[in-house]
Design a protein around this ligand. Structure first.
Ligand SMILES: [Fe+2]
Length: 307
């Protein structure tokens, strides 16, 4: 089973010069590693930040890139909508953190706009700032909300950029694309598959069908970024600390052919391979109790620690 291709590009500038070509890589489910994202940010400062478990979900949903102070009645007052104001007491550190986070947001959004220039636009987007260590999470296709069907909106496709702001490499393993996986695992898959791709990825995860597939290890260097669609190519983080992730849904502009959703791509794979699907998976109850890749990886780690 072939692993998904990883296109390695030296710098963002180089990628943008060939954006048209690279967009095809993206739509063909290849991963794109940009060794230098060319984003000027204060790495020394960012590497001092260590998020506690409870703020794991630092995201733009918490308005953390909003200006942390408002001018009210002639005075600067903390903008409580920005979660950082409740987490950081020192006002200088608060300013500095918000500004660095905001700058990264601006750069990644700008990069995404340039990458899809004149062809696709960002329909929705959000960033998460994950300033905590990630250890082996197990090989998986991304799946959300316990495999619930119908999550992918017509005409949009997920675009994700993982920007390593840590001083150490972020180590990934990359497995097969969804298509390659289905082609090679035809005989091991259930006789009937879920009609929905999110449910399919969930079932694959719960049945451990990605355990033992061929993988390629790849390092995202400090200041580098990886572009990947985690539903369409299997992957796992083996080690990493401090990363910012931009998640966007892109949509075709007027006059440009509509982008296939992950669901559309899955449907065409299933059709091409003559696989059978059924709606019976709408209720995934029987799978919820099973361990997924994340739990299995955790147990492996515990066992190796005990040995
Ligand atoms: Fe993932």
């Amino acid at each position: 089973m072939k692993v998904a291709e990883i296109k390695v590009i030296k710098a963002r500038r180089e990628l943008l010069n060939k954006a048209k070509l690279r967009r095809n890589d993206f739509f063909n489910d290849h991963l794109i590693l940009v060794k230098d994202a060319e984003i000027k940010t204060d790495y020394d400062f960012l590497n001092v930040i260590q998020a506690e478990q409870y703020i794991k979900k630092l995201s733009t949903d918490n308005n953390i890139t909003q200006i942390p102070f408002n001018f009210v009645d002639g005075k600067l007052e903390k903008n409580r909508e920005n979660l950082l104001t409740t987490l950081i007491d020192n006002e200088n550190v608060l300013w500095k953190t918000a500004v660095e986070f905001r700058e990264i947001e601006r750069e990644l959004l700008h990069f995404t706009e340039l990458f899809f220039w004149n062809q696709y636009r960002i329909a929705v987007s959000g960033l998460t700032y994950r300033f905590y260590p990630t250890t082996d999470e197990g090989m998986h296709f991304d799946t959300f909300k316990k495999g619930r069907p119908g999550l992918f909106k017509p005409g949009t496709r997920a675009f994700k950029v993982f920007f390593n702001v840590d001083k150490e490499d972020r180590i990934w393993r990359v497995g097969p694309t969804l298509q390659e996986f289905c082609l090679n695992m035809k005989d091991d898959l259930p006789d009937e598959l879920p009609t929905d791709v999110n449910s399919f990825c969930y079932v694959v995860d719960k049945l451990g069908l990605l355990d033992g597939v061929n993988v390629q290890e790849v390092a995202i260097p400090p200041g580098g970024m990886m572009i990947a669609n985690g539903t369409m190519a299997a992957h796992q983080v083996v080690y990493g600390n401090r990363m910012v992730c931009l998640e966007a849904a892109i949509k075709a502009m007027d006059g440009v052919p509509t982008v296939p959703t992950e669901q559309d791509s899955y449907r065409s794979i299933v059709r091409k391979l003559g696989l059978r699907t059924t709606d019976a998976f709408a209720d995934l109850e029987e799978f919820h109790a099973l361990d997924g890749s994340y739990e299995r990886a955790k147990k492996r780690l515990e066992n190796s620690g005990a040995a």
